[in-house]
Design a protein around this ligand. Structure first.
Ligand SMILES: [Zn+2]
Length: 390
């Protein structure tokens, strides 16, 4: 069996919200170029996706919403469903381009489900805000939720979805809020201070899914050490009890200090540490099965390409050392297109991503978030929220 699969096709650049919209597909192109220039993709066949057919989209989306997306580019009327707004502008081939994103995550999921690989990466995926009947937060169709639904049908009984985007993973949480087979975990900037305004620690799931939603809202300004401290204080313990058969991770990188849309203060080094942790958790708790998708990230040149190159490299067990120089081949290409941009020189921000484990008696704002998250969900798993050994 091949160790890891990477899905990529330049056609994915067709998911383009146009103009000055922050969700610019150039970030994907710059990532693939950087990963290639560093040799990360040498000898790795890139899998070509196909658009997801309607019956797959209908797993998590409403029929009338699909119709609205298909009609939107031709419509002279307001089609509703969150379309045609500043966040979710209508663009040509909107349905096909959005269905291709879903198809790319489904392809990655199929590689794992059908036993061809243990890990699969699709940086074009991660459209975690899309809701059943409306577009939201730059997301038309929810590739994460469609893929998870499909995986459940293939016989997976326990899937853990971990969302590291700076925004709450609201669309995926909503899709599985009362489904005990899907654990959704989201670490994000606190909803008081950032759209979409959900993701409080008290959101823990409903009905049979009670206890299967975990939210860790973090204060603005949280750095690598605080983020990792919070993650490690909550997530591994819950995974150990939930016993997932597969991890699906949304790896948005808008948590970076330089991201223009949000106010967490992580570094590329922190992102690299997060991905190494996700790999380790997949090995420890999910028989190595790890489906990683992209997500947000709006510092298009300095952040996204480096962080997601680290993601791809880690998924391929070809970890790129932080001090590695950014190849001239890449900087020359970028400088031609963006002559005034400040370019990164190496694969590090020079930040030490070490963290201190929770339970040392500190009580800063991150520790309060940790305590709240543990108290909200640990009792569902027979764990003691106030005991650092749990
Ligand atoms: Zn985001």
């Amino acid at each position: 069996m091949q160790r890891s699969a990477v899905v990529w096709d330049p056609a994915l650049l067709g998911y383009d919200l146009g103009g000055e919209h922050p969700f610019n597909p150039v970030r994907l192109q710059l990532t693939v170029r950087l990963a290639s220039a560093l040799g990360v993709l040498d000898g790795v066949p890139l899998l070509t996706p196909h658009p997801a057919p309607d019956d797959q989209l209908l797993r998590v989306h409403a029929d009338e919403y699909l119709d609205a997306v298909k009609q939107a580019p031709m419509a002279t009327w307001d089609v509703g469903h969150g379309l045609g707004t500043a966040d979710n502008p209508v663009f040509s081939d909107m349905h096909d381009a959005s269905a291709l994103v879903v198809g790319s995550t489904l392809l990655a999921a199929a590689e794992i489900a059908e036993g061809r690989t243990r890990r699969a990466v699709n940086i074009a995926g991660g459209l975690h805000h899309a809701m059943r009947d409306h577009a939201s937060g730059f997301c038309v169709y929810n590739d994460c939720a469609v893929a998870i639904s499909w995986l459940l049908e293939q016989g997976f009984e326990r899937i853990a979805y971990i969302d590291t985007d700076v925004h709450h993973g609201d669309g995926v949480q909503a899709a599985f809020y009362s489904d005990p087979r899907v654990l959704t975990v989201s670490l994000h900037q606190h909803p008081f201070t950032l759209w979409p305004g959900t993701g409080y620690s008290a959101e823990t799931g409903a009905g049979a899914g009670e206890g299967k939603a975990v939210n860790i809202p973090l204060p603005p300004g949280t750095r690598d050490a605080g983020w990792l401290r919070a993650f490690h204080a909550v997530v591994p313990s819950v995974l150990e009890q939930f016993r997932p058969q597969l991890l699906v991770t949304q790896c948005g990188v808008d948590s970076h200090d330089e991201d223009p849309l949000a106010d967490l203060s992580l570094s590329v080094d922190g992102h690299r540490a997060i991905y190494a942790t996700l790999r380790e958790l997949a090995e420890r708790y999910a028989e190595g099965r790890w489906l990683a998708v992209g997500g947000g990230g709006y510092q298009l040149i300095r952040v996204v390409p480096r962080s997601w190159t680290h993601l791809i490299a880690i998924a391929l067990d070809r970890d790129v050392k932080p001090e590695t120089a950014v190849p001239a081949e890449w900087t020359d290409m970028v400088r031609k297109a963006a002559p005034r941009a400040e370019l990164p020189q190496s694969m590090t921000d020079g930040v030490d991503a070490a963290y201190r484990p929770w339970g040392d008696g500190d009580d800063d704002a991150v520790d309060i978030a940790i305590r709240d998250a543990r108290r909200a969900v640990f009792p569902f798993y027979g764990l003691d929220p106030d005991d650092p050994r749990d």
